[in-house]
Design a protein around this ligand. Structure first.
Ligand SMILES: [Zn+2]
Length: 479
């Protein structure tokens, strides 16, 4: 029986020239892809295909990027986020890729390499923040500019630069107005400004009157920031619209009905995008049941939901610091009209502890927003320290901040560790952050996509190289 199916599959593959869709169908028939995976484009890999360095994984033409030549960081400690122990060694970068991690004593690099001595420092993968709002208003933003696309784009340039200066080389941007988040994503993917890689959700999809579309109505609770959707068909359409705008992933928020969240997740997965949910109580249960990929924030959820998250491999981005900060100053969660629950500091921390005990995948994100950008990197270090308080070693917290985050982004093969072939997003820290998280306040050098962008307390932007003058147009085209 299996042999017959394989024969059918092989015939289909040959007949259609093994185009993706039919190869997938063939895989389904041969039993190598399950019926469920057939509805999830991400689950089918084509390893021979060169793909873009972003989660959409569209076919890509290799471009010359990064350091012009070979760059070596030597004399320091390597924390590669594969092993939990740091070790002495050298990191070799060519253009925008890591090409080797050499043991101490080896000098196996070209004679013309640029060599940086990093004695006494730790070389590690760039940090990833899974939850920021780089385009949101800062305290100085006039109310009538809060929903401005242009103002939001410029705000993001400044906020993202603050993150880069502190060693954060990738972010998942979790909502912002109109096309501003997508513009930032495209701009920074091409190294056209200093900043981290931006994996952008764009607007939040929520039910009418849901989170970020609820009272009190303000510019940031308006149609510029959210796409309200009602009914399963409209939720499906909202996902397609968000895909069309250029989203790296889909961000949904409570409230919704079970068939609405199910339709959104199904549609996003068919399009090859992950879904993350900002939700609480019964909505978290619905989202987990529907198969979202991650849940944002601590927020209340039942023990059964936590167990189901662990069983299904649904990650958590706890964003503890901003919530604990609210509890410490106000004593409770300051809910909006759509958020009708009570929570305190201890209950919040207990959710994190229960998730860790259940084996839920934990990523690292800050919910960095508004004036909080000015406290970078303290807000990031504070979030890592909550993991430490809940039982993580500093090294394990750093692995969550790099390797685990990259996996949640669907970028585990390109980011998150120091291994040959990975993109060269690398930081040099003065101290041992794998033993003392406070050392992350002393990020000295930042290499993003192979380019040295932060060094000696300065931001480096490559100088424009003039192109030759264009040849004059033929006379018959002049007018
Ligand atoms: Zn947020």
């Amino acid at each position: 029986m299996g042999r017959t199916r394989n024969t059918v599959a092989a015939k289909i593959s040959r007949a259609v020239g093994a185009t993706c869709q039919f190869a997938l169908l063939a895989s389904l028939l041969s039993g190598t892809v399950s019926a469920q995976d057939f509805n999830d484009r991400r689950k089918v890999q084509f390893p021979t295909q060169v793909t873009a360095d972003n989660p959409q994984r569209t076919p890509a033409v290799a471009r010359k990027q990064g350091f012009a030549g070979t760059l070596v960081l030597t004399g320091g400690r390597i924390f590669d986020a594969v092993k939990s122990e740091a070790y002495p060694g050298s990191l070799v970068i060519q253009q925008n890729r890591i090409v080797a991690v050499l043991p101490a004593g080896s000098t196996d690099w070209p004679a013309d390499a640029t060599v940086m001595n990093v004695a006494g420092k730790t070389v590690m993968p760039g940090l990833i923040d899974m939850h920021v709002h780089s385009t949101y208003p800062t305290p100085e933003t006039p109310a009538d500019r809060q929903a401005s696309e242009g103002h939001a784009t410029l705000r993001a340039l400044r906020s993202l630069q603050m993150l880069l200066e502190n060693g954060i080389t990738s972010v998942r941007d979790q909502s912002g107005p109109l096309e501003a988040p997508y513009i930032m994503s495209e701009w920074l993917e091409k190294d056209m400004a200093p900043g981290p890689r931006v994996f952008a959700a764009g607007h939040i999809v929520t039910g009418t009157g849901g989170h970020a579309a609820d009272r009190p109505l303000t510019p940031i609770h308006s149609a510029a920031y959210t796409r309200e959707a009602d009914g399963a068909d409209d939720w499906r359409k909202a996902v397609r619209e968000t895909f069309k705008l250029g989203a790296s992933h889909i961000k949904i928020a409570s409230h919704f009905a079970p068939d609405e969240v199910k339709a959104a997740v199904e549609e996003a997965h068919r399009l090859g995008l992950k879904v993350t949910c900002d939700c609480e109580t019964i909505y978290t249960a619905m989202a987990v049941e529907a198969g979202v990929d991650s849940i944002e924030h601590p927020l209340p959820r039942t023990d059964a939901t936590i167990q189901m998250m662990a069983k299904k491999g649904i990650a958590s981005i706890p964003t503890m610091q901003v919530y604990q900060g609210g509890f410490d100053t106000r004593g409770d969660y300051a809910g909006t009209a759509s958020r009708r629950f009570s929570m305190n500091s201890q209950a919040n921390f207990d959710v994190l502890k229960k998730m860790i005990a259940a084996g839920v995948i934990i990523g690292v994100g800050t919910d960095n927003i508004n004036a909080a950008f000015y406290s970078t990197p303290n807000i990031y270090i504070a979030d890592l320290k909550f993991l430490q308080k809940a039982g993580y070693t500093p090294a394990k917290a750093l692995m969550a901040a790099t390797r685990v985050n990259a996996q949640i982004l669907d970028m585990g093969d390109k980011l998150g560790t120091l291994e040959p072939g990975k993109l060269a997003d690398v930081i040099v820290v003065d101290g041992n952050p794998d033993q003392d998280l406070d050392a992350l306040a002393k990020v000295e050098t930042v290499i993003r996509n192979g380019n040295i962008v932060i060094k000696d307390g300065r931001l480096y932007v490559p100088r424009h190289v003039p192109t030759p003058l264009a040849k004059p147009s033929p006379p018959d085209t002049l007018h």
